[in-house]
Design a protein around this ligand. Structure first.
Ligand code: NAD
Length: 442
């Protein structure tokens, strides 16, 4: 079987590589020439654990190919996945220009029956637009080639993308054609040996499922952050509350960790886009509007703690930031809370030296020389007036208190991810601020 994946980013590259791993011949297409040239040489443009080895293996076995030409990529293909970005438009809706551009390119290039499956997260109604764009291009060419569209939203998580793709909880396929259904069943069968289901449904339901899933997860996070803030006011400990409610099997213990707000390339834009879809259809998704408001405020919570600890005067102070990616195990810094804190610190006249195990290059692209970049976590903390943890990377979990005590100018830690124990911090002589717990002051 031969397939094509158009858009070779986090989703496209992981999906294409994992399909190749099952023996399918995959061509990944991207308009970014630099990216494709690097991939041909085995250089992976993103940080994703395990991906590099897998890409190299499949390139060597001649199951995985890269090109900038959609036409070349489509030669002999039976299924093509669209996996390009769908960033938010100015009004919050998903910008479909890349998706439609790919659909047109497919219409201009295809020469035999194809199933066109959208993996990008796209609003309800997109499959119809994709179908119309392809048909328009075929009509312009004056050729009659049959094709089917399908919606196949992707649920992988950055940082655990390969594991998620190889062992998915479920596969969602929206389609209105038996033939497309058969192709998708064949393609996904190797990933479902663990007994998890492939769920077929109509296309609008499949398109909405992805938004509803991300919005539900974002809702859990914002709900817990709201509860955490209330905990601080009334003197409760959110960790206790979390454990208390998480042990209820109806609630479960996932996605109820409070923190400095959610970020990334998906939750913020997908919540926005779903609110917009509802608005366009005359419905106000009130819960989601609150989820977004709570998250915007939550991204400032750590800065507010720093500001009040230093009595509102941050001029000339320097802060160490640990963690810049929006979550651990990825170099993705899109919408990361660290950047909100950094920007507010700079605005208040402070300076910043930041460290992240893999996201420093991404941060440099965004922030240039407005901040300093550290070679390791203690280099960042050296001579700083305070330590601010924004991403819960594994290497931050066990700190060397002795070293930190010597190098920090003032022994204060602001923890945006609740990874340290307040009692231990106090014992070691640190003032410690976290989320939804009382400040621990020695
Ligand atoms: P990305 O920005 O990492 O990659 C998109 C790629 O598409 C880029 O390499 C870009 O050069 C390429 N591209 C743009 N226009 C193109 C065109 N006309 N032809 C060929 N290539 C083109 O994006 P991503 O994070 O992989 O996300 C892709 C989609 O998948 C989005 O809709 C996103 O919401 C969704 N999604 C992302 C994740 C995630 O964790 N990143 C998870 C599930 C779903």
């Amino acid at each position: 079987m031969k397939i094509t994946v158009v858009g070779t980013g986090y989703v496209g590259l992981v999906s294409g590589t994992c399909f190749a791993e099952t023996g399918v011949i995959v061509t990944c297409v991207d308009i970014d020439n630099d990216k494709i040239e690097k991939l041909k040489k085995g250089i992976i443009p993103i940080y994703e654990p395990g991906l590099e080895t897998m890409v190299r293996r499949n390139v060597e076995k001649e199951r995985l190919f890269f090109t900038t030409s959609t036409k070349e990529g489509l030669e002999g293909a039976e299924v093509v996945f669209i996996a390009v970005g769908t960033p938010p438009d100015e009004d919050g809706s998903a910008d479909l220009k890349h998706v439609i551009a790919v659909a047109r390119e497919i219409g201009r290039s295809m020469s035999q029956y194809l199933v066109i499956a959208t993996k990008s997260t796209v609003p309800v109604g997109t499959a119809k637009k994709v179908k119309a764009a392809i048909q328009e291009e075929l009509d312009k060419r004056g050729v009659k080639i049959s094709f089917d569209v399908a919606s196949n939203p992707e649920f992988l998580k950055e940082g655990a993308a390969i594991e998620d793709f190889l062992k998915p909880d479920r596969i969602i396929i929206g389609t209105e054609s038996d033939e497309a259904q058969k192709f998708m069943e064949r393609l996904y069968k190797p990933f479902l040996l663990n007994g998890h289901p492939i769920i077929f449904m109509d296309i609008p339901s499949a398109e909405l499922t992805k938004y509803a899933a991300n919005s539900m997860l974002a809702t859990r996070i914002s709900f817990m952050n709201d509860i955490a803030n209330l905990c601080e006011i009334i003197g409760a400990d959110v960790n206790m509350v979390r454990r208390g409610i998480g042990s209820d099997t109806r609630i479960g213990n996932k996605f109820i960790y409070p923190g400095a707000g959610y970020g990334g390339s998906c939750f913020p834009k997908d919540v926005k886009a779903l609110i917009k879809t509802a608005n366009e259809n005359g419905y106000g998704l009130e819960v989601l509007k609150a989820v977004e408001r709570v998250n915007d405020k939550q991204k400032e919570v750590i800065f507010n703690k720093i500001y009040s600890h230093f009595g509102g005067n941050l001029k000339g102070k320097r802060f160490a930031i640990w963690g810049l990616s929006f979550k651990p195990n990825t170099d993705d810094t899109r919408e990361a809370s660290a950047f909100v804190v950094i920007s507010k610190l700079l605005e208040a006249g402070a300076t910043v030296k930041a460290y992240d195990p893999v996201a420093l290059d991404e941060a440099k692209r965004k922030l240039g020389d407005s901040i300093l970049y550290a070679t390791d976590l203690y280099d960042a903390a050296n001579d700083a007036d305070g330590l601010v943890l924004m991403t819960e990377w594994q290497e931050f979990r066990v700190i060397n208190y002795g070293v930190l005590s010597k190098i920090l100018k003032s022994k204060v830690v602001f923890d945006g991810r609740n990874i340290y124990e307040p009692s231990e911090m106090v014992e070691e002589g640190f003032a410690y601020y976290s989320i939804g717990r009382k400040p621990a002051i020695p």
